[in-house]
Design a protein around this ligand. Structure first.
Ligand code: ZN
Length: 427
């Protein structure tokens, strides 16, 4: 890429440092807390109005009928499109506008957008309104650099990422918005740090296992059958058989932290017997039910059916060998792993842009948890998707969440240059 264009883009972005901070502050001031999905419409329209003024064609898509969508909390998504000389290639930046609840422990007002010590504080500062603001400034810098736009630039501001993305990217992907027939490359500015290219994420399976028993008086447990003891047998088999197997299994995915380069299994919750009470004495009963929610994270090398079979094989074996054992299992949520080609254009050109802006080789990583890439890959059928953006994932969802202002500026330069390269590469 010619240095003059890079320098020109960097100068434009640098000149907009204050505007970038102000834009991110304005986004933070919309309390887009999910659940329930507060202020989605006003936040989406704020971004849409700004881009419309810059010549983008803006569309709003309400995800009718998706979880949580009603007239009080409509799931409003915004897609903005700016066409250049040709309809392809199309480079798309996608950011989610929803944030998680604030929780306790804040020392600053979470929705004020406080700036202090070179950092911008607030719920969503890092995850991911700082990144979305940087992407918007990057795209505007491209339009202002005077060079012809050979292809198409798109920005979407979507909702419900924190609750699975069904009212956001999933809904749009189902309706073709991320189809390879209209989009070529997607960058999601999730907070994965300015010198890392995230090419994918592990998968997820949540399920609830229930063991069944028979209620009886607690003074004569031999007259009943204790569901908690049956569940203990399940956990014992997990400890002896399943956990050792999982820790032996490795992945080619460059997941960070490295501890997540194995499949993991968390026991999210466990409850047996009577409903917990805060006052009075419980009645003496043998529990006839025990329920456990598990959270299994999958590697790209694993298949969903084999992951499920590992658990049900243990349960079926107990049903054969343990007197009185019976169980049921219910799927709650599942997501397949996703990984883009690190030698594909979007990963390669973003890496090259990082080298040019920061002066060192980027790290290619995968995320231990998931984000909206799953829907773009698995539903939209578009593999050319990565996450790249400012901020540290460790700060996401915490009190006093912040993004370093220099990092927002750096990532805006990287995104501008990466988009420029992608538009000209295929032109
Ligand atoms: Zn996020």
């Amino acid at each position: 890429m010619p240095d003059d264009i890079s320098d020109q883009l960097f100068t434009i972005v640098e000149a907009r440092r204050d505007e970038l901070v102000e834009l991110a502050r304005q986004l933070i001031r919309f309390p887009t807390v999910n659940p329930p999905g507060e202020a989605y419409g006003p936040c989406a329209e704020f971004i849409g109005r700004r881009l419309e003024a810059r010549g983008f064609t803006v569309e709003y898509v309400r995800a009718q009928g998706t979880p949580g969508d009603d007239d009080r909390y409509p799931r409003i998504n915004m897609i903005a499109r700016c066409e250049g000389a040709r309809a392809r290639p199309c480079v798309h930046f996608n950011g989610h506008i929803d944030v998680v609840e604030t929780g306790g422990g804040w020392t600053v007002e979470p929705f004020a957008g406080v700036v202090s010590d070179g950092k911008l504080f607030g719920r969503g500062a890092c995850d991911m309104k700082g990144g979305l603001a940087a992407a918007i400034i990057a795209v505007e810098a491209l339009l202002d650099c005077g060079a012809d736009l050979p292809g198409v630039l798109e920005i979407s501001a979507t909702v419900d990422e924190e609750s699975g993305g069904y009212g956001g990217v999933h809904y749009l992907a189902q309706r073709g918005w991320f189809s390879p027939s209209r989009v070529d490359h997607v960058i999601i500015p999730e907070p994965l740090n300015v010198d890392r290219v995230c090419i994918g994420h592990r998968g997820v399976w949540w399920a609830e296992i229930e063991t069944h028993g028979r209620i009886a008086h607690g003074s004569m447990p031999f007259l009943g059958d204790c569901a908690v003891r049956h569940m203990n047998a399940v956990i014992d088999r997990f400890e002896r058989d399943l956990y050792p197997q999982l820790s032996q299994r490795n992945t080619a995915m460059p997941v960070v932290p490295a501890g997540a380069r194995h499949p993991t299994l968390n026991i999210n919750s466990l409850h047996g017997g009577q409903v917990e009470q805060t006052s009075g004495y419980p009645a003496p009963c043998v529990p006839d039910s025990c329920r456990m929610v598990i959270d299994r994270r999958l590697l790209i090398e694993e298949s969903m059916p084999s992951v499920k079979a590992e658990v049900t094989d243990i349960l079926d074996d107990l049903a054969r060998t343990r007197a009185g054992f019976s169980y049921s299992i219910r799927d709650i949520f599942e997501v397949n792993p996703s990984m883009a080609d690190r030698n594909g254009p979007v990963a390669r050109m973003t890496a090259a842009a990082i080298r040019r802006v920061i002066g060192r080789d980027p790290e290619f990583i995968c995320s231990p948890g998931t984000y909206d890439q799953k829907h773009i890959d698995r539903v939209g059928k578009l593999k050319e998707c990565i996450a790249y953006g400012p901020g540290l994932l460790d700060l996401a969802h915490k009190p006093d969440e912040y993004v370093v202002i220099d990092d927002m500026v750096t990532s805006a330069k990287v995104m501008a240059l990466a988009a420029w390269s992608l538009l000209h590469n295929a032109a």
